[in-house]
Design a protein around this ligand. Structure first.
Ligand code: NAP
Length: 317
């Protein structure tokens, strides 16, 4: 059954931390793969999951930086993965599958935002390729282990999905690039991916969720000029957070950790979450919530087919 896109009254909120939502949850014996698990909210996710007893695999494009970042957190393994390189995705998945282990939690937290026009692989727009196609290929390649784990896949999207839906007539921005439109499309793709994966995977016992973590100052903003962030009211001239709605990394990690582990979501999936609850469907121009085009089932199926064609990978084909 399709899960309604409505709040469930989880009792958690914008200020809850990853440790708060894990209170009383024992993840001993469970394995999590957290992409981007060595920076920003991904690092806090790794720390919280490991703290609750999970074994956490952190695939990194900068292995040494990742080893340094997670050093001292028990139960964490670092491996290599560049999501913008499908051969690297294949090699990581093969190494993981060769270990024969199942995976109970996959959190697709890695991402890039608003970068200058960049082309990867066969000329793909980098935000769509990294944030969506890389994760699409990763989860499909890992599917035997994910299905064995009968767990959850969590796709870290953003309120930025509200900048743009999928530009079906120019997915790779060949007719002019806009960094926010490209981020918006990629983050809409993250939601549609969860919708379709949930539809395809639920009979195998795997459920998928997408989410907006909140706004958190992290290295994600590396492509933005300081003036841009000052003009947006995010920071002052000295780089201090100004917007009172900004979250700490511990709060920013909470919604993805909640989506990955909460018993409150048992039997549910295919929905977009924010502030540690399922979000509401909201109209253009409204504040928080998810836009209709991001959870549209036809577009989700169409994006899956396009992603399969582009990457040559489809665990359900
Ligand atoms: N921070 C926010 O305000 C905010 C708001 C809404 C949504 N989000 C979403 O939250 C997620 C995490 O963001 P964050 O704030 O934690 O950002 P972050 O600190 O920049 O972390 C992103 C991680 O993704 C990794 N990554 C980037 N490109 C990669 C690639 N080609 N292959 C493998 N890994 C790659 C980065 O690795 P390197 O360190 O090696 O570059 C880094 O570890 C993103 O998906 C973002 O869109 C964040």
């Amino acid at each position: 059954m399709t899960t309604p896109q409505h709040k469930i009254g989880s009792g958690f909120g914008a200020r809850s931390t990853a440790d708060d939502v894990l209170h009383g949850i024992d993840l001993a014996g469970k394995l999590a793969i957290v992409t981007g698990g060595y920076s920003g909210i991904g690092l806090e996710t790794t720390r919280a999951l490991a703290g609750a007893g999970a074994r956490v695999v952190v695939p990194a494009r900068r292995r040494e930086a990742a080893e340094e970042a997670v050093g001292g957190i028990g139960g964490v393994e670092v491996d290599e993965l560049d999501l913008a390189d499908l051969e690297s995705v294949r090699q990581f998945a093969e190494r993981f599958l060769a270990t024969g282990r199942s995976v109970e939690i996959v959190i697709d937290s890695a991402g890039i935002m608003a970068c200058p026009e960049t082309r990867v692989g066969p000329g793909w727009e980098a935000q769509f390729a990294t944030n969506h196609l890389g994760h699409y290929a990763l989860v499909n390649r890992l599917w035997p282990a994910v299905a064995q784990g009968q767990g959850r896949v969590v796709s870290v999207s953003s309120a930025g999905h509200r900048h743009a839906g999928i530009r079906w007539d120019d997915v790779q921005f060949e007719r002019g690039y806009d960094k926010w439109q490209a981020y918006g499309q990629a983050k809409t793709a993250n939601v549609l991916f969860a919708v379709q994966l949930d539809a395809l995977g639920r009979d195998a016992g795997v459920r998928a969720f997408a989410l907006h973590p909140g706004a958190i100052l992290t290295p994600l903003q590396r492509h933005l000029r300081k003036e841009e962030m000052v003009a947006a009211g995010w920071i002052d001239e000295d780089g201090n957070a100004l917007d009172p709605t900004f979250k700490t990394p511990e709060q920013g990690a909470a919604t993805q950790v909640w989506a990955a582990t909460s018993p409150q979501l048992a039997g549910m999936g295919g929905v977009y979450c924010e502030d540690c609850d399922i979000a509401e469907l909201t109209a253009e121009g409204a504040g928080p919530g998810v836009r209709d085009y991001a959870i549209d089932r036809e577009q989700a199926a169409r994006l899956w087919a396009l992603s399969a064609e582009l990457t040559g990978v489809n665990a359900f084909g």
